[in-house]
Design a protein around this ligand. Structure first.
Ligand SMILES: NC(=O)c1ccc[n+]([C@@H]2O[C@H](COP(=O)([O-])OP(=O)(O)OC[C@H]3O[C@@H](n4cnc5c(N)ncnc54)[C@H](O)[C@@H]3O)[C@@H](O)[C@H]2O)c1
Length: 497
């Protein structure tokens, strides 16, 4: 159970979850806590420490010191510890998954999958790190005009220092380890600021790294109000890199952060373009899976369907039939559609639905809401003047826009300020490639819904969807710098064959 057994030491006497600093679980001197509301019951379920700026400073100091000796720890030893953490994480999947169910209403089975996937990601990262960080480059000078072969350049990848990781609520474990593991294998230390909803799952995950035996201060986890420690963390002079996943907050952070590398994974409005020759059954399965899994609260959810008019009726019928089969209820019962994360999210989604209603969208189901639980809703005949055509609902509401040409679909996709992923359904691979090239998004899926995984694939957003690229290899590279050593010879030297 959460907070018991090996996890008992992460809770204080008042039942408030502690924060992790200098290899120890601590109670904040603020004497304050932040409540975590269960989205299903809308009652406080957990509490976490409201850390102070003073405590953040302490964490940054220890992270800096711990990083110096970690960078001198052999790569194979770093990898060994990560493998151990992955095993401990998987061993304790049940209590961590339980937190995900209670904090973010993730369906029970998906919650377990998130933890197991996270363990796999940590192991893969350890293996990949050993390979790519064990290699550098050797360059000779006479390839550039005017030079003889008098200079040998050796390059290697070195750590950045302290990495600040800020994941979002929807994958608080997976999107934390996708930052922690690359940072650590590359020789960095790491400070985690988990989202409020999902913080307790993240604290349990951090304890798995503690149990695996990482050095003191190398990993820290501070919790608290964004208003108190958010800007303080992201603008802290001790931070050498920020890896952030979330919404528009990331745009504000990137404007305030100093001259440090930023890895930003932000929102999306992933378009699904359906051509006339598409396999409509395949498209319908993917639209429902892509649009409604975890109640649409995924960055890569299908967020707008752009379908050719001639096949629109048939497609909408197929999608409607599948939506009718989705189960709606509690995450404990493993329902397909569960309450969205907060009341304000539910209110925001309702605002988009009401706007679409007022402007004449066709409701394929009746709009129904109880508390944070919103029944799945397909909106047909959506037009570009409706907010839902452009905004990210992050809920179980999916707009369908009927298009009369492929160009119209591409235009809608590219007119968005987002550019995360997109997908195309067609049997004509040549057309698919041309459309993929025309779509201004970081990834395009052909004949499948957008997806982040497998976790070693590159993952990136264009425009307001992000900076840099993730995926295990790219994240490891991003959390390093190139260092060169140039050997200058007194006379040119050539290796003769
Ligand atoms: N591109 C991706 O890979 C990806 C993946 C998942 C989610 N998302 C996006 O995330 C959003 C939903 O997640 P969310 O609601 O948790 O996003 P959010 O932007 O509200 O919060 C993200 C994180 O930032 C923290 N935060 C808030 N204010 C802060 C501040 N001033 N300083 C520092 N940290 C601060 C939050 O506590 C949380 O940990 C959606 O827009 C979704 O598309 C993107």
């Amino acid at each position: 159970m959460a907070g018991s057994g090996v996890f008992a030491e992460i809770v204080d006497r008042d039942g408030v979850f502690k924060y992790y600093s200098d290899g120890m679980w601590k109670t904040s001197s603020s004497g304050k806590s932040v409540p975590i509301i269960n989205p299903t019951t809308r009652k406080t379920y957990f509490k976490v420490q409201a850390c102070t700026q003073e405590e953040v400073n302490k964490v940054m100091d220890t992270a800096k010191i711990a990083q110096k000796s970690w960078a001198r720890t052999p790569l194979w030893k770093r990898a060994e510890l990560l493998h151990k953490a992955a095993a401990v994480l998987k061993e304790h999947k049940a209590p961590i998954a339980e937190c995900l169910v209670k904090e973010i209403a993730k369906p029970a089975k998906d919650a377990v999958t998130e933890v197991v996937r996270s363990g796999d990601l940590v192991s893969y990262c350890a293996e990949e790190g050993v390979r790519i960080l064990g290699e550098g480059k050797f360059l000779v000078s006479d390839s550039f005009p005017g030079n003889e072969r008098t200079k040998y350049c050796l390059t290697s990848k070195i750590p950045l220092g302290v990495v600040l990781a800020i994941p979002p609520f929807n994958y608080p474990v997976n999107l934390a380890v996708s930052k922690i593991a690359p940072a650590l294998i590359a020789g960095n230390s790491l400070v985690l600021k988990p989202p409020t909803q999902g913080a307790v799952a993240a604290l349990h995950m951090v304890h798995c790294f503690h149990l695996a035996g990482f050095p003191k201060g190398l990993i820290s986890c501070v919790t608290g109000k964004g208003s108190e420690i958010g800007d303080f963390l992201t603008m802290h002079p001790g931070v050498n890199c920020i890896s952030f996943t979330g919404g528009d907050t990331g745009i504000a952070i990137s404007k305030k952060a100093g001259m440090i590398p930023l890895q930003m994974e932000l929102g999306g409005k992933d378009a699904c373009i359906i051509l006339e020759d598409a396999d409509l059954d395949l498209a319908a399965v993917n639209i429902v899976k892509g649009g409604f899994s975890y109640s649409g609260q995924r960055c890569t959810a299908v967020k707008v369907v752009l379908v050719m008019e001639s096949v629109a009726d048939a497609l909408v019928e197929k999608v409607k039939a599948k939506v009718a089969k989705l189960t709606v209820g509690s995450p404990e019962d493993d329902c397909d559609i569960t309450p969205v994360v907060t009341e304000s999210s539910a209110n925001f989604i309702e605002g988009l639905v009401m706007d679409a209603k007022q402007k004449g969208a066709t409701f394929c189901q009746e709009y129904k809401r109880e508390g944070n639980l919103i029944w799945p809703l397909l909106l047909d005949h959506v037009r570009p003047d409706m907010r839902i055509a452009w905004e990210e609902p992050f809920g179980p509401v999916l707009p369908v826009i009927r298009i009369s040409s492929v160009e119209e679909g591409i235009h809608h996709c590219n007119a968005s300020n987002f550019g995360l992923q997109g997908c195309i359904f067609t049997r004509d691979i040549n057309k698919a490639i041309l459309i993929s090239d025309a779509m201004e998004t970081g990834t395009v899926q052909i004949n499948s819904a957008p997806a982040r995984g497998p976790d070693h694939f590159p993952f990136q957003g264009l425009k307001d969807s992000g900076i840099g690229s993730q995926g295990i290899t790219n994240s490891i590279n991003m959390m390093t710098k190139i260092k060169s050593t140039v050997i200058n010879l007194p006379t040119p030297s050539y290796t003769m064959g």
